[in-house]
Design a protein around this ligand. Sequence first.
Ligand code: HH2
Length: 279
Amino acid sequence: MPTVRSVTAIEERFPRPSVMGVVNVTPDSFSDGGVHFDPTVAIAAARRMVAEGAALVDVGGESTRPGSDGVSVDEELRRVVPVLEGLAAADVPVSIDTAKAEVARRAIELGAELVNDVSALRADPDLAGVVADAGAYLCLMHMQGEPRTMQLDPRYDDVASEVAAFLEERLAFAVSQGIAEERICLDPGIGFGKTAQHNFELVRRLDVLLALGRPVLIGFSRKSSLGRVTGDPDAKTGPLSASVAAAVAAYERGASILRVHDVREHVEALAVSRAIASA
Ligand code: HH2
């Protein structure tokens, strides 16, 4: 008889709303580049995020900001391994923001529970096997183009249905590779090959994505669309107030996991939204 592995569904492990704190161990991330480049600082920041109510922290060693080039496996490991070691010792729940199988494998060995792959299993043919073998959680994100050029001229006929169709196909692929569907969440990829209008429409029409039946993760925090809608047409980042508004709007339209840089403010705002919903 085949053995049936019991799996905790991602929505049980990270119930709505769960806040994912961003810890970029990079010199060049768009909003916090260099801030957490020292492992001691990154570990302290991650611990503070959990104390402020984050359900997990997302550790990334490669910037995917518009215009960025990739980094090598060795460099990415050099950046994230000391941080992952420190977080394992501190019992901090971790997600690894990587598209590389080798980085994911090492991170999972060091306790990472979730692999956050902005390439949705398109960049490294070995990544699906690493996630499947470990029984890790997985986030599949939509991106049009690649970081170096994705913001040059993004175009869609119908952004919500095209993003949903892409994620439906990547979800089927992940499941075909042995990853339990219950372990997977989906992300429309705010800012990844999208105009401000596309980003806002994706949140307004989140029901199209939710129809796929998987929890949705949204990362709108500090993104430039928020700076543009609040008055700066050349903004490279967005303010905290606008980030909180976008996260609450996404949550109220059904998002489960909110990926944010400023944990305390988002946890507090989401608590108000929840209180109103259940009053
Ligand atoms: N956004 C960024 C990076 N990883 N992962 C998911 N699932 N969703 C997102 O929206 C997302 C992501 C970009 O933001 P940040 O990590 O702050 O910057 P950088 O890529 O420059 O390190």
